[in-house]
Design a binder for this molecule. Structure first.
Ligand code: ADP
Ligand code: MG
Length: 241
């Protein structure tokens, strides 16, 4: 089935274009088709939520979108680059250049300061120390934590830790920010805080793909895709604001 999102920036090319996406896992003789033909186009500046029950294929799709895994068949064009046939090294490079990740568990290194955590993707990208520090500080300021750069994750609240993770996701200027259940480990106040932050980023023109099983969280997005048994059900639903 084909799902075509309306184009918020008429004429713009999609930043994500997935066609006929299938993913089959093999365990011994047993095959399981986790993605069963997904078509999806996401445009620059769009805020998209992908919602579905446990086992529906959300993490599989997230791994594909995030260049952590490849499709069994179908194609994936990310920011104009066909990433469906890349080998592991090239895929890792695409991932580092194009994707900012925000995870449920924050995935911050406890031994590093907030600044050190935000600098990490720039170290991988080979950015020189002075520029690294400047960009990481600017990203922390962007998420309202400019004065907490010396703090280690253990000295920050859950909401603040997730803000550091968002700064880390932004610091490389990625084509998309991919957030997998980013509020799954947060209390309601920190959830509001982090969702407000994602709203702000969307307001600045960032492209956000949010994966969640919570309808309340999904309603913050512009467009919602429902995934069931590895397929999108119905067209992308535009959320009335
Ligand atoms: P969700 O994130 O929506 O809970 P997943 O993408 O993790 O769903 O899983 C979708 C389906 O694929 C599930 O039935 C799961 O058991 C199966 N699956 C996921 N990963 C693997 C794997 N590595 N090997 C075999 N089956 C898998
Ligand atoms: Mg999952």
């Amino acid at each position: 089935m084909t799902v075509t999102t309306r184009d918020p920036l008429a004429g713009a090319s999609p930043v994500i274009e997935i066609t006929g996406a299938r993913k089959t896992y093999r365990t011994g003789d047993i095959e399981f088709e986790a993605l069963r033909g997904i078509d999806c186009r996401i445009f620059p500046g769009e805020y998209v939520a992908i919602v579905g029950p446990s086992g529906s294929g959300k993490s599989t799709l997230m791994n594909i979108l995030g260049c952590l895994d490849v499709l069994t068949s179908g194609s994936y064009i990310l920011a104009g680059e066909d990433v469906s046939t890349l080998d592991e090294v090239a895929l890792a490079s695409a991932r580092n250049r194009r994707i900012g990740f925000v995870f449920q568990q924050f995935n911050l290194l406890a031994s590093l300061t907030a600044l050190g955590n935000v600098e990490l993707p720039l170290i991988y990208a080979g950015v020189a120390p002075a520029e690294r520090r400047e960009r990481a500080l600017a990203a922390l300021e962007r998420v309202g934590l400019g004065d907490r750069w010396r703090n280690h994750p253990g000295q920050l609240s859950g909401g603040q830790q997730q803000r550091v993770a968002i700064a880390r996701a932004l610091v490389t200027e990625p084509a998309i920010v991919l957030a997998d259940e980013p509020t799954g480990n947060l209390d309601s106040r920190s959830t509001e805080d982090v969702l407000g932050m994602l709203d702000d980023l969307h307001g600045e023109g960032r492209t956000i793909v949010l994966i969640t099983h919570e309808g309340d969280v999904a309603r913050r997005a512009q467009t919602v895709y429902n995934v069931t048994d590895g397929q999108f059900v119905g067209a992308g639903t535009e959320i009335a604001k």
